[in-house]
Design a protein around this ligand. Structure first.
Ligand code: ZN
Length: 501
């Protein structure tokens, strides 16, 4: 191995020790630190992340990356390390272009705007948030003008969350989907299923945690590399592929929410647990492409978890853990977990109408960054689009434009990745069926681990070492398209609702 590569690896190992501590402190802050211990934790996080940051901008690192990117040294590297040193150099160069005072101003503005967003949401008053949003938008534009001066702003933002993806491609696939969805949702909701009161009841959180464990076991979560915790919002956090943690939130009056959060985060977790070991601790060692990541969690949650056959081998187990479910037939359960209805809140939406929630946000972001629509005009535009796509108008800003925290945290360009995940899933479903046979049969026969292994081999092991569109092309041999997702919706919901879609 090249001496310089060895030096880089040692350098990264030291840097990773800091991020390991930061991650551990964060895990504890989310899951267990007592209220009065919080501040000391936060202080230690600030200290260790600053140390890590200093190492990430150190001239010694720059020099090493420059050497390894020279033709002679570069040629000696294997494919993974070629990707890693190139990406590290690119990230280093980009970060270096941002003047420190601009970055600090941005960090300060973010913390103000997050607080303002919370207040505005509680008061349901967009005007409280508007001046902060305006400032964040200006600062985001400024940052992009340093890091990606040659790129159109919104495309540069999209690239931060799904590298290689641009608005031209997204326009094509989202427009196609939107056109199909508007009439489809109208037909489905006209045949709406009556509410089923059998699901109301009291569900003990400890029992729900047992359900989570049963489900994680079933889909192939590896306990020797995994742990669980409880938090306000479910998420997945990873140190390396050998230590991946998922959380859940258990509602005492609703068992279904945590069931699907368990499967969703389990999908994220399985991805991270199966990135190949050689990539651990490098920029390719964890998947940083949000669309691809989300495609895995949603494949488990929606494509498999909301398929009746997923439950055939384990429904009795579920009924034994949750005795109230003994009164509920599998057919009734299946209908309940696939109820499609126009609703206001994105995170509570079903898999079909969810797409419209994202298309709306994508169009809003384009309106902000491309058409320079004034911030004051945004709530009106939001409400008009809700009416057009979901036939429903929010009665206040809290359940309208203020519902998500993303913009207050400067995350513009993030929303589309959720839907890209589902779009990739349509493609992956067709490819799996071509290679492994009918998914319905695989699930019904309890062979779900065959799917997990397929995903491990085709997607997970690569971590971030392949761009999303290259991954899709390598696995499915086609460009990204929404057609398979549309076919999946039509087939599933025609049958479920007894209608012609
Ligand atoms: Zn997710």
């Amino acid at each position: 191995m090249s001496q310089n590569l060895k030096k880089l690896q040692n350098y990264m190992e030291n840097m990773n020790r800091f991020s390991h501590v930061v991650t551990l402190l964060q895990w504890d802050m989310y899951t267990g630190v007592p209220k009065e211990g919080y501040d000391k934790h936060a202080d230690a996080v600030a200290y260790f992340s600053t140390e890590q940051f200093k190492m990430s901008v150190d001239p010694k690192l720059k020099e090493l990356l420059e050497i390894l990117n020279t033709k002679e040294e570069y040629e000696k590297l294997n494919e993974d390390w070629k990707f890693i040193v190139k990406k590290m150099k690119r990230d280093f160069d980009r970060n270096e272009k941002i003047p420190q005072e601009v970055y600090e101003e941005y960090v300060r503005a973010l913390s103000d705007s997050q607080r303002a967003w919370e207040e505005a949401k509680n008061a349901s008053d967009f005007n409280l948030f508007a001046p902060h949003l305006k400032k964040i938008i200006e600062l985001v534009k400024k940052l992009v003008s340093y890091t990606d001066p040659e790129k159109e702003i919104y495309d540069a933002l999209l690239n931060q969350y799904e590298e290689g993806m641009d608005s031209k491609t997204i326009d094509r696939i989202f427009d196609n989907l939107k056109e199909e969805l508007i009439p489809m949702i109208q037909k489905i909701t006209a045949a709406e299923l009556p509410k089923n009161s059998k699901f109301e009841g009291f569900y003990d959180p400890d029992t729900q945690e047992k359900v989570q464990k049963m489900l994680l076991d079933y889909i192939g979560f590896r306990w020797s590399r995994g742990a669980v915790g409880r938090t306000e919002h479910p998420f997945t956090l990873n140190f390396t592929s050998k230590d991946v943690r998922v959380t859940n939130h258990f509602y005492e009056d609703n068992a279904i929410s945590a069931i699907f959060s368990a499967i969703h985060e389990g999908g994220h977790g399985i991805f991270e647990q199966n990135v190949k070991e050689e990539l651990d601790g490098t920029v390719a060692g964890s998947c940083c492409y949000m669309g691809i990541h989300e495609s895995q969690s949603r494949f488990y949650e929606n494509i498999m978890g909301r398929n009746i056959n997923f439950w055939v081998p384990i429904y009795e187990k579920l009924q034994n853990l949750l005795p109230d479910f003994k009164e509920i037939s599998l057919e009734e359960f299946y209908r309940e977990i696939n109820r499609v209805e126009n609703s206001l809140i994105r995170v509570e939406a079903d898999e079909v109408t969810y797409c419209q929630h994202i298309i709306l946000r994508y169009e809003m972001e384009k309106a902000i960054f491309r058409d320079n629509v004034a911030v004051e005009e945004l709530p009106k535009l939001w409400n008009e689009k809700m009416q057009e796509y979901l036939q429903i108008t929010p009665e206040n800003d809290a359940c309208g434009i203020l519902q998500d925290m993303h913009w207050s945290g400067g995350s513009f360009g993030y929303f589309p990745t959720y839907l890209l995940g589902s779009i990739y899933d349509g493609m992956l479903l067709e490819q799996i069926e071509e290679e492994l046979g009918s998914l319905d049969i695989i699930l019904k026969e309890g062979r779900i681990l065959e799917v997990t292994h397929w995903l491990n081999e085709k997607i997970h092991q690569y971590g971030s070492s392949r761009l999303p569109k290259d991954t899709l092309y390598a696995v499915c041999k086609k460009e990204v398209t929404a057609e398979p997702l549309i076919r999946y919706f039509k087939k599933k919901y025609s049958k479920l609702y007894g209608i012609q879609l």
